[in-house]
Design a protein around this ligand. Structure first.
Ligand SMILES: Nc1ncnc2c1ncn2[C@@H]1O[C@H](COP(=O)(O)OP(=O)(O)OP(=O)(O)O)[C@@H](O)[C@H]1O
Length: 256
């Protein structure tokens, strides 16, 4: 689904990602951990193709096509979607207008908004005066309507209360077409023939979302380099006990 090869990314003239390799297969969900400022958001923004994130070396392949030089809208049309860490407010544009615009899904907007407790927000300007948790739900509504094949989630649980995190987890699983065990849904013959298998890349600091959305693999990004990859739940346990510094040392020892 996604294959990244020797990626170097510059932001404001400074290299932030230094030769990153990553492969996410169809139907896999990966999570990305790492200390503040290590380049996690930069990686997601680069996969989306936003200006300001300059690929100086390396390539990004999506569904077998080299998308490194494609525009954001071309990538979106191919099936990549993102839920931002801090999306902008857009005064003058109603949430409903945007959701209708990005909809490529037979499910109707009202029933999706109902499931996300966002019906009263559809006529409001996007993110204007929304609380932190409401913004996260609004992001998921847009993503759900867009129905992407590769789902990029930047800290979906940050600022979300304990009850809403259950809701957010449930909707992410719906977007990913998974049940809570992480098993792909809709494995009808027609789906298999189309080979539609949704994949995800989730940035999380607390790991709480992994209690609701199963991840197949975890990666630790430190100073723009992948220091370690493996079982996400084991990596999290290790980092909680020993911190990032020990995690990186352990990864380097394992490579020797
Ligand atoms: N527009 C920008 N101008 C200057 N520096 C930037 C810009 N965007 C990102 N950076 C720098 O790039 C580095 C990586 O930032 P990024 O947001 O990708 O980190 P992160 O791992 O997502 O951090 P966090 O966990 O705090 O969200 C940081 O040092 C950041 O200051």
């Amino acid at each position: 689904m996604l294959y990244i090869q020797n990626l170097h990314v510059e932001v404001e003239g400074k290299e932030v990602i230094h030769g990153l390799n990553l492969e996410i297969r169809p139907s896999e969900v990966h999570c990305l951990l790492g200390p503040n400022g290590s380049g996690k958001t930069t990686l997601l923004m680069t996969i989306m193709g936003f200006s300001g994130y300059k690929v100086t070396k390396g390539n990004i392949f999506f569904k077998g096509t080299d998308i490194t030089q494609l525009s954001v809208d071309e990538r979106v049309k191919m099936g990549i979607g993102i839920s931002f860490q801090r999306p902008p407010s857009i005064p003058g544009v109603k949430l409903l207008q945007l959701v209708e615009l990005c909809k490529r899904f037979k499910k109707d907007v009202m029933s999706m908004a109902q499931e996300l407790n966002l019906v009263d927000f559809l006529e409001r300007d996007i993110n204007v005066g929304f609380s932190g948790g409401e913004i996260k739900r609004s992001e998921l509504l847009q993503l759900w309507a867009q129905n992407p094949d590769l789902v990029l989630l930047d800290e979906p649980e940050s600022g979300v209360d304990v009850e809403n995190i259950i809701l957010i987890g449930r909707i992410i699983n719906k977007i990913l077409e998974r049940n809570e065990l992480g098993i792909p849904l809709g494995e009808t013959r027609a789906e298999i023939k189309k080979k539609r298998r949704k994949s995800g890349l989730v940035i999380t600091h607390t790991g709480t979302i992994l209690n609701y959305v199963h991840a197949d693999k975890g990666h630790v990004l430190v100073e723009g380099r992948l220091a370690c990859s493996g079982n996400p739940y084991e990596i999290f346990r290790y980092i909680r006990e020993k911190g990032y510094e020990e995690c990186v040392k352990c990864a380097w020892q394992a490579r020797r």
